[in-house]
Design a protein around this ligand. Structure first.
Ligand SMILES: [Zn+2]
Length: 207
């Protein structure tokens, strides 16, 4: 059969859309004609490449979607924890815990964690997954510490006073007792922030 006819038939042959007779002819011709074989191979290669790119794009889209869901859920959960903390704190007058204790122990660490999630919007700017996840972790701690300082002014708790009035060890003991939950939550959120940031960046295909 003529090469030009075969060239016309190759796309149909690949799509399995031609008759058995034509398929047989094309198959036989390709085996014996180097030029047509080349055309056939380049066409099949293109198709597999297109399929691979399509699959990769589909996969990236699903992962992007999963990563966004994870971020939204974390925002929501930390917001709920903050709301719960504020709610408990509003009723604290009836407990003997002292003003602002729930804020220090729950609201501030949860706020630090929630605000550290904003770092996720800048994931593309980081050179690596490692630097990104460590920065998220650090942000969580730094925001919590800044908010603690701000809060201690707001509630007029002069924390330095405790150290001046009591011995260092007693001060540390006292502060650990009062802020134990807050310290525990701050450390936990920092660890969670590190792990989830790494997962988030991995989902987006960051090395
Ligand atoms: Zn040919």
């Amino acid at each position: 059969m003529d090469c030009n006819i075969i060239k016309d038939l190759i796309p149909l042959y690949i799509d399995e859309c031609c008759s058995d007779e034509s398929s047989e002819e094309v198959k036989k011709h390709i085996e014996n004609c180097a030029e047509c074989k080349k055309i056939f191979e380049s066409m099949t290669n293109n198709i597999t490449q297109e399929e691979a790119t399509f699959e990769a794009k589909k996969c990236t889209k699903i992962n992007d979607w999963k990563a966004s869901i994870m971020q939204s859920v974390l925002f929501l959960l930390s917001f709920l924890l903050i709301t719960l903390g504020v709610y408990v704190e509003a009723g604290v007058g009836s407990y003997d815990w002292g003003n602002g204790l729930t804020a220090f122990n729950v609201v501030v660490p949860a706020t630090g964690f929630m605000l550290s999630l904003t770092n996720w919007y800048f994931v593309k700017l980081y050179p690596s997954r490692k630097s990104f996840s460590w920065c998220s972790c650090l942000f969580s701690v730094l925001i919590t510490l800044s908010a603690t300082v701000w809060c201690s002014f707001h509630y007029e708790w002069n924390l330095l006073d405790i150290f001046i009035k009591a011995s260092f060890i007693d001060s540390v003991k006292g502060i650990s007792f009062i802020f134990g939950i807050g310290i525990f939550l701050t450390v936990s959120f920092a660890v969670i922030s590190k792990i989830l940031s790494d997962l988030y960046a991995r989902m987006l295909g960051k090395e």
